[in-house]
Design a binder for this molecule. Structure first.
Ligand SMILES: C[S@@+](CC[C@H](N)C(=O)[O-])C[C@H]1O[C@@H](n2cnc3c(N)ncnc32)[C@H](O)[C@@H]1O
Length: 311
């Protein structure tokens, strides 16, 4: 346990979009601090299955599970395995599913978890406890692989320069801490006018690579969608353009629009075979200015949702 906390982003919008009903069975694929879970359980006398890959989130959830005795079941695992995790628990259909993607403040604010370039800690970045740490990654992969990760997952224009410098430096001394890596990145990339720390994009990229986040999102959406009953809703909140693009494309395809279709270009709205869903959000729903003022982490949040059609 740690002393950090997480302020849920777009919680009320997500729960109202999910529209839980009495007796329904729901999935919260990203339990985190349980903010969404509590709101869902309070909105209707329903059952909620919650998943998180972080053992610390699972441990924190025990109190909430006790408070809603028998209605909240928390399972440790990855959302890319949700179909199997739910099946093993005897759940074969869902009346709705929600994903609040990315990392929680419990994870990012705790230097010991190794996500933060502001506070020094071990270069870890794993949401769960297994797999490669960020240190193993930056100390072992080839320069070109590293550059590709920084470019693809961080949209970092200086990816090649950073990768070259990192590989040179690790030849002399391996990376072990977040502050050390951030310092080396800042020596290569100058801050731009936005005031964003030059290490931001590299840290995002490494976090996504370490946790294989984008693959998990795509798999989770497909598996959750397959479990939804008619009228059930799939709600996803994303925090950067790479996540949002996956959600947007998946929902566009499931609702009968070609990937990348634009409402400004009717010719591109190619209908695909018998859509099983209808989109509930034309464009992404974003937080109100007041929420962003109270919680600056909400500023990049985007909510998208769709509803399963009757067969
Ligand atoms: C933004 S937080 C969710 C916060 C939560 N909605 C709340 O109100 O407290 C995201 C959580 O999802 C978990 N998570 C992210 N990706 C995951 C994945 N692929 N599989 C399982 N859990 C994941 C993280 O460990 C983190 O605890």
């Amino acid at each position: 346990m740690n002393e950090y906390s997480h302020v849920p982003v777009l919680r009320d919008a997500a729960v109202s979009m999910l529209s839980p009903r009495e007796g329904g069975v729901y999935l919260d694929g990203t339990f985190g601090g349980g903010g969404y879970a509590r709101a869902i359980l309070e909105a209707a006398h329903c059952t909620l299955w919650a998943i998180d890959r972080d053992p610390a989130a699972i441990a924190r959830g025990a109190q909430l599970a006790a408070a809603f005795s028998g209605r909240l079941h928390i399972v440790e695992g990855r959302i890319s395995a949700l179909f199997d995790l739910l099946n093993a628990a005897g759940v074969h259909a869902l009346d709705g599913a929600v994903f609040d993607l990315g990392v929680s403040s419990y994870q990012i604010d705790d230097p010991a978890r190794g996500f933060s370039f502001r506070n020094d800690g071990p270069l870890d970045m794993r949401m769960g406890k297994s797999g490669m740490t960020a240190a193993m990654l930056v100390n072992t992969i080839s320069e070109s692989e590293l550059a590709d990760i920084l470019f693809a997952f961080g949209e970092e224009k200086a990816s090649r320069r950073i990768a070259k410098t990192v590989v040179e430096r690790r030849g002399v001394q391996k990376f072990e801490t977040t502050a050390d890596l951030a310092k080396v990145i800042r020596s290569v990339v100058r801050p731009d006018k936005s005031g964003i720390d030059p290490a931001t994009r590299t840290f995002q990229a490494l976090r996504i690579a370490v946790n294989e986040e984008l693959d998990d999102i795509a798999a989770a959406l497909a598996q959750a969608a397959a479990l939804l009953t008619p009228g059930a809703r799939l709600v996803a909140v994303s925090f950067h353009s790479l996540e949002d693009r996956i959600v947007k494309r998946f929902m566009a395809l499931a609702s009968g629009r070609a990937a990348g279709a634009s409402r400004h270009d009717p010719a591109s709205l190619v209908a695909v075979a018998a859509p099983k869903f209808r989109l509930l959000t034309g464009g992404p729903q974003m937080p109100e200015a007041e929420e962003i003022r109270r919680n600056p982490r909400a500023r990049s949040a985007r909510l998208r949702a769709m509803e399963r059609l009757a067969p």
